[in-house]
Design a protein around this ligand. Structure first.
Ligand code: PMT
Length: 403
């Protein structure tokens, strides 16, 4: 979480029942090296104790505009100037409405109005209040003004109903905040580095017109190659067939089968600094590829033989390279994922749950975990593949710096 280190962050807590969860947000931010000051509304102080927030943040909590407990002359301006980022967690419909309409009648709303740093809102409320067109209009307006809005989670709400409106888990909030703060790409961060990315689903020929394939669209791998090039890396994209446009400033090497992908990857491997294998590589190929189109018949049996594991081969011969794999799982994400980290000797693995409709194959979003060989995990909330690609490239940058 290098991006949070040394950052000045205001956590503003409004009077939603999820206010207590903000305590863990503050604690996680501090562990990540951020300096945190907390503002609470009067209502929030009825739900969670300012004393706890003060203890966890290490600073007195600002509640009233008229308290004289701090050193600043005009406290809300001093706080606003201090902040690199201002996050409202949880943000009630009332507070969202006030901010969107320029009402500044307490410490939270006056300070956010004076803040020039990044402003982020985590709405949490009853589903009907969240879906109310007034709330939606206010959120859309704030987004238009450049505020970042986190989508609430779906689940059991304080009012004993199920639906959208839950405050997401503190870990997800902090990861999202981190992502939002990566707003500027440093185009020189990976200069002098070469990154090889694989993408798409391999095609295993049956005869000249048929093949065995999978549902990979290549979107994840192409997004990673795009980000790697934007960060200044010499980027090689080894891609199975897709219908996507090749990103700018990327060396494109088309392949089709697992064997042809392996040949190219192995040849490039000694010269690269990192390999990111987002491709869905077929585990099997047809033993006997027919030279001519197979004629129709009632039944047909195909004999399959095992393909080599490209990534495991790279792990076994690793020298200076950083190796990142993916795991496409439908259950036991962490267990199976860590198994692959070990077996393939990876520096990091992106475990995605491909049974979810908004993650994995052929969609624009993804979610899951980053897994590391020391057993650490980092949860990745649902986000666009481009956002995830940026996180992956930032992590690869961190891993390369530690080399
Ligand atoms: O392309 P999209 O539609 O955007 O979808 C993205 C994705 C779901 C394909 C991607 O996010 C993903 O999960 N890619 C890896 C899919 C996969 O093959 O997972 P696996 O668990 O079977 O393999 C683990 C790792 O070993 C992967 O990095 C894979 O590239 C690699 N592998 C697998 C088999 C093999 N024979 N050789 C390999 O190198």
């Amino acid at each position: 979480m290098a991006v949070l280190k040394g950052k000045h962050i205001i956590v503003a807590v409004s009077g939603g029942i999820a206010a207590y969860k903000a305590i863990e947000v503050v604690s996680r931010l501090r562990k990540a090296g951020a300096e945190v000051k907390v503002i609470m509304t009067q209502n929030a102080t009825r739900i969670a104790s300012p004393l706890t927030f003060g203890e966890i943040s290490g600073y007195p909590v600002a509640v009233s505009m008229w308290d004289e407990i701090h050193n600043w002359d005009v406290e809300h301006i001093a706080l606003a100037t201090w902040a690199d980022a201002y996050i409202v967690v949880p943000a009630t419909a009332n507070v969202i409405g006030k901010i969107a309409n320029g009402i500044a009648d307490d410490m939270l709303t006056t300070t956010i109005m004076a803040t020039e740093g990044k402003k982020l809102i985590c709405p949490a409320m009853n589903s009907a209040m969240y879906k109310n067109p007034i709330t939606q209009r206010n959120l859309a307006y704030l987004e238009e003004l450049g505020y970042a809005i986190m989508e609430p989670a779906v689940g059991q709400l304080a009012c004993h109903t199920e639906g959208i409106g839950r405050l997401p888990e503190p870990e997800d909030i902090v990861n999202w905040l981190e992502l939002e703060l990566y707003e500027t790409i440093d185009p020189t961060r990976l200069a002098n580095k070469t990154i090889l990315v694989t993408a798409g689903g391999t095609q295993e020929a049956i005869d000249p017109v048929r093949y065995i394939g999978n549902r990979s669209s290549g979107k994840m791998g192409y997004a990673i190659a795009e980000q790697a090039a934007m960060y200044g890396a010499k980027t090689i994209l080894v891609s199975a067939p897709t219908s996507l446009e090749v990103p700018r400033n990327v060396t494109y090497i088309p392949v089709d089968s697992a064997m042809s992908m392996k040949e190219v990857v192995d040849e490039q491997y000694p010269q690269v600094d990192a390999v990111i294998m987002a491709a869905a590589v077929a585990d099997f190929r047809v033993a006997q590829v027919e030279e001519h189109k197979i004629k129709k018949k009632e039944t047909m049996t195909l004999k399959l033989v095992k393909n080599p594991d490209i990534l495991a081969g790279l792990g076994a011969t690793k020298k200076h390279q950083v190796l990142v794999g993916f795991a496409a799982e439908t259950k036991n994400l962490l267990e199976y994922g860590f198994g692959k980290v070990k077996k393939k000797q990876l520096d990091m693995l992106v475990a995605n749950d491909v049974s979810q409709s908004n993650a994995g194959f052929n969609v624009d979003t993804n979610e899951g975990y980053f897994l590391y060989p020391n057993g650490n995990t980092k949860r990745i909330p649902n986000m666009t593949k481009r956002e995830l690609a940026r996180l992956i490239i930032e992590e690869v940058g961190n891993l390369l710096e530690k080399r």
